[in-house]
Ligand binder design. Structure first.
Ligand code: ITT
Length: 195
């Protein structure tokens, strides 16, 4: 089976993506590939950061690989934290700090609409392809649930009354941004190279 390196240090993302992609390709994480590197994300868009991560790993390993960059875009905050989602409360701060800052910024605000947006950047045989997945929803008044990661405990996807952190992965996958982008990636890969 062909292998593809998933250029991420986030094991939650690896678990989620492996739950969707099966079959023709074996996905290996940076950790499984023995690569210890913190890839910088210096750009102003998810698209550019995703490309930065995949191209860095492609240059380093010469192996087909993909990365993904995800942001939480909150309407009442003009799209923040967006591309800065991982470091919203500052460099080196925890997901709990990021959530605290988000709830503080939204204090008293009626409009709680938000969306997660994921961009996957695939580099295969020296060409790049991008895939997007969006999940619309809303930010709760307080955290609920302890499954998942990141902002999951304050995000309720449209069509549910539970936060992502109150859902097992199978249920999160019915709504998730990452699942949608990954289905596009999987479908591309399953046709890749076939005439
Ligand atoms: P990489 O190694 O792949 O870069 P990362 O954790 O730095 O991993 P991002 O740059 O994409 O990932 O950061 C996005 C931020 O949004 C980060 O704080 C995550 O915890 C959060 N996040 C991403 N996907 C999420 C999801 O499905 N549910 C909740 N929070 C999520």
């Amino acid at each position: 089976m062909d292998t593809i390196v998933f250029a991420t240090n986030n094991e939650h993302k690896v678990e989620e993506i492996k739950s969707v992609i099966r079959g023709r390709y074996d996905i290996i994480s940076l950790n499984e590939a023995g690569i210890a590197i913190d890839i910088p994300e210096p750009h102003a868009t998810l698209e550019e950061n995703a490309t930065e991560k995949s191209s860095t790993i492609y240059r380093l390993t010469g192996k087909n690989c993909f990365s993904e960059d995800t942001g939480l875009e909150v309407e009442a905050l003009n799209g923040a934290p967006g591309v800065k989602s991982a470091r919203y409360a500052g460099e080196g701060k925890s997901p709990t700090d990021n959530i605290a800052k988000l709830l503080e910024e939204l204090l008293g605000k009626k409009n709680r609409k938000a969306r997660f947006r994921t961009i996957i950047s695939l580099i295969i045989n020296n060409s790049e392809y991008r895939f997007e997945g969006i999940c619309e929803g809303a930010i709760t008044e307080e955290p609920k649930g302890n499954l998942g990661f990141g902002y999951d405990s304050v995000f309720v996807p449209s069509g549910s009354s539970k936060t992502f952190a109150e859902m097992e992965l199978e249920e999160k996958n019915k709504f998730s941004h990452r699942k949608k982008a990954t289905v596009k990636l999987a479908s591309f890969l399953s046709g890749f190279g076939k005439k």
